[in-house]
Design a protein. Structure first.
Length: 80
């Protein structure tokens, strides 16, 4: 079985916080809510990292294409 994602852990902790709060233990509910915030932050950082990876790949692909174009232009230039 796969480990739960950060988002799944955050949602489970929010649910647990609600259940504990309903039973009258607001201090424990606050602890669960704080833990949920940590997992939500980790999820956000993970998504940001994935987006950054994709952007870097796009930039790298474009630079590779531009480099090939420059090399082609240099090859076509007459020797001086």
């Amino acid at each position: 079985m796969a480990e739960p994602t950060y988002l799944e852990q955050a949602l489970a902790l929010v649910k647990r916080a609600g259940e504990v709060d309903d039973s009258g233990n607001s201090d424990r509910a606050a602890t669960y809510a704080a833990q949920a915030q940590v997992f939500a932050t980790l999820h956000s950082a993970q998504v940001s990292g994935l987006i950054a990876d994709q952007l870097l790949k796009i930039v790298n692909d474009r630079l590779t294409e531009m480099n090939a174009n420059v090399e082609d232009i240099v090859r076509r230039m007459p020797a001086s």
